[in-house]
Design a protein around this ligand. Structure first.
Ligand SMILES: *Cc1c(COP(=O)(O)O)cnc(C)c1O
Length: 406
């Protein structure tokens, strides 16, 4: 056991303050559980922001990391390595896409998708370069992916914004049809807008987008950084919508905690020429070995069935809590779920659940996706007892807080 350290014993000022963090320092994790430096424990329903598909410190990942680190970590992008080849082959076998470019993050995968669309426009659409994206969407924090995002306030940060994006209302097919012109090259969207508070695309909207893209010769680019790798039940959520995208981006769950993303394209869309795209660490053997181990685990039919079952258990429990405490809507699929709460109560509920931790009882880590929305993104292998415990803790805190319901 390591000695316990109080929060103020850590020199946290050495870190740039890019976000508001609670006063706890996490030092250890196992499965659905996290421990802070004072020894308090937390049931973790954030899991690195829907990243730790197999929970904290899963043996599969630690063993793969140790084995691969002692064998080969990195050759640089100018050489093939066996792990990148194997992971790309597995991703193409399991999806309707044909070619893969590996990245270090979801934003970098989307940045690559934007570049691919512009290149494709030069080759096939007389230089068309405008990408249609949607209000409240989130595609990352690079300058191009911020310009693609519809997150309120993003457009005023770091001017000048990269041109070439038109934001449209989500689930409004007529608005998309009206916006298409000779400059349009692609439509880019999330099937569930995670950061917006788990807002789902309607199947008719997504199928309509596929039709419009076919009619006008545009690329349909689906950002599955959050929804992919089993998070919503199916390995890739677009399969549940019955559409075949031209481009898909992955991140988060693919590495199960190690940084890796991927840009996937159909053969006809895969138009990068040598020199167009790259990156020193992209496709390094260490993270690709982990990605392959995670993918093979998550792609098993029994694994997806368990995600669906736990997801339904969570949703059912949230519906009951919503009724009992007079809260709002329950949204989402698989293990990406949200519960609306009155007014702007979500941050206070999140804080109370975390601060509930003491020497005897655990806390619960949740995310307030919006001031009025709680978001749930547990490990994909979370146990039914852990889902039950999370719901019980939430029930207790909701009963204590007068901000919600009766
Ligand atoms: C998290 C996220 C991103 C950005 O991924 P990073 O790894 O943080 O760069 C992009 N798109 C969606 C839908 C996301 O949820």
């Amino acid at each position: 056991m390591t000695a316990t350290l109080a929060f103020d014993q850590y020199p946290t000022d050495a870190l740039m303050r890019v976000t508001q963090r609670p006063e706890a320092v996490f030092v250890r994790g196992l499965g659905s559980w996290l421990w802070d430096s004072t020894g308090q424990r937390y049931l973790d329903f954030v899991q690195g922001w829907a990243v730790n598909a197999l929970g904290h410190a899963p043996a599969l990942i630690t063993e793969t990391l140790v084995h691969q680190a002692g064998r080969l970590m990195h050759t640089g992008p100018g050489f093939y390595n066996d792990q990148a080849i194997a992971l790309a082959a597995e991703l193409t076998r399991l999806s309707c896409l044909d070619r893969v470019f590996f990245t270090n993050s979801g934003a970098e995968a989307n940045e690559g998708a934007i570049k691919l669309a512009r290149k494709w426009g030069q080759l096939h659409r007389r230089g068309a370069s405008t990408i249609l994206s949607f209000g409240n969407s989130f595609h990352g924090r690079t300058l191009a992916t911020m310009a693609a995002s519809g997150k309120p306030g993003f457009d005023r940060l770091f001017p000048p914004a990269l041109p070439g994006f038109v934001k449209l209302p989500y689930n409004d097919l007529a608005a998309v049809e009206a916006a298409i012109d000779g400059h349009t090259v692609a439509v880019m969207l999330e099937l569930v807008q995670g950061e917006a508070g788990v807002v789902e695309a309607e199947p008719a909207f997504v199928q309509g987008l596929r039709r419009l893209c076919d009619q006008h010769g545009l690329l349909l680019m689906i950002d599955e950084v959050q929804t992919g790798i089993g998070r919503c039940g199916p390995l890739f959520l677009h399969s549940a919508y019955g559409v075949r995208p031209d481009v898909v981006t992955l991140g988060k769950g693919l590495g199960g905690g190690v940084p890796i993303g991927a840009l996937l394209a159909r053969e006809a869309t895969s138009c990068f020429a040598p020199g167009d795209q790259g990156g020193t660490y992209n496709g390094n053997a260490l993270v690709c070995a982990v990605g392959l181990a995670v993918l093979q685990q998550v792609a098993r039919p029994a694994f997806g069935a368990t995600v669906q079952a736990r997801g339904e258990q969570l949703a059912q429990g949230l519906h009951e809590l919503s009724k009992r405490h007079q809260l709002g809507a329950v949204r989402g699929q698989g293990l990406l779920r949200a519960l609306d709460v009155p007014g702007d109560a979500a941050p206070a509920i999140v804080a109370a659940l975390r601060q509930r931790a003491d020497a005897k009882r655990p806390g619960l880590l949740l995310n307030a996706a919006r001031p009025g929305t709680l978001r749930f993104m547990p490990a994909l292998n979370v146990g039914s007892g852990e889902v039950e415990l999370a719901l019980a803790m939430l029930d207790e805190v909701l009963a204590e807080l007068t901000v919600c319901g009766g």
